[in-house]
Design a protein around this ligand. Structure first.
Ligand SMILES: [Zn+2]
Ligand SMILES: [Zn+2]
Length: 249
């Protein structure tokens, strides 16, 4: 499968990138992780002739993960988009993807369906495990099994057991890296590069991608390289993702 990092900033857009959005192309599906501003680029990869269903997974409702929802009216997909999120997602999206903020869901150029997922295991259309992470607002982490690969997605979170459980033996773990090396804040839990590496190591993941670099702390891509170096001392197979990076696993 192909993984394209379309938005790797946390909080706001800067010259280092857009806010969080990742596109995964599998044999049968397109999977999108969060709808930060990086989502405007999905039509470079999901062309109009494509028929694969599109699944968009929302972790939580902080604006750096949903601000791109107002860009949906740009796309002219022929297939349906199914949006998955935690309990309460339907009510929240009915308010946000609506007047006076943007074009209402019912008037988008393609069909959108919204499904709410509880914590636990689901099997539609592929195995999905959902667990709440440690964040200032309820944030759902995901684990998918598609094309014989396991992807774990642990966005906004502090260190917690659920992040480790979701990442257990994953082929690729994608975690946030909001804080600089050594930084912590109990009132506002996020990961620093060492925390992310410890989760990957404890979970026995195969590869770790760092994303969601806080725009106010990571002002240059060089800062991300420094985070990568720090994480690699603990978990060797780590890389700091940048916008438009494309990889195969
Ligand atoms: Zn965030
Ligand atoms: Zn958040």
């Amino acid at each position: 499968m192909k993984i394209i990092f379309l938005g790797t900033n946390g909080w706001y857009d800067t010259e280092t990138g857009n806010t969080t959005c990742i596109l995964i192309e599998t044999e049968k599906y397109f999977i999108i992780l969060d709808a930060g501003n990086g989502i405007y680029k999905i039509d470079q990869y999901i062309v109009e002739t494509s028929r694969k269903p599109i699944y968009l997974f929302l972790s939580h409702f902080h604006l750096d993960h949903i601000a791109g929802l107002h860009i949906l009216s740009k796309f002219k997909f022929s297939q349906e988009m199914i949006i998955y999120g935690q309990t309460g997602t339907k009510g929240i999206l009915d308010r946000i993807i609506n007047t006076p903020f943007t074009v209402p869901v019912t008037r988008l150029p393609f069909k959108v369906d919204i499904h709410e997922l509880s914590e636990g295991l689901h099997y539609s259309p592929f195995p999905i495990e959902c667990r709440f992470l440690l964040h200032s607002s309820p944030c759902m982490g995901y684990r998918f099994e598609v094309d014989d690969r396991v992807i774990a997605y642990c966005p906004d979170t502090g260190i917690c057991e659920n992040a480790v459980e979701l990442s257990r033996d994953a082929d690729l773990l994608i975690t946030e890296c909001s804080f600089n090396g050594g930084q912590t804040n109990k009132e506002w839990p996020h990961l620093n590069p060492e925390d992310a590496a410890h989760i990957a190591k404890e979970a026995n993941a195969k590869k770790l991608a760092l994303i969601h670099f806080d725009a106010n702390r990571y002002k240059s891509l060089e800062n991300r390289k420094q985070a990568e170096d720090k994480a690699r001392k603990i978990f060797g197979n780590t890389f700091a993702a940048i916008d438009n990076l494309c990889m195969e696993i």
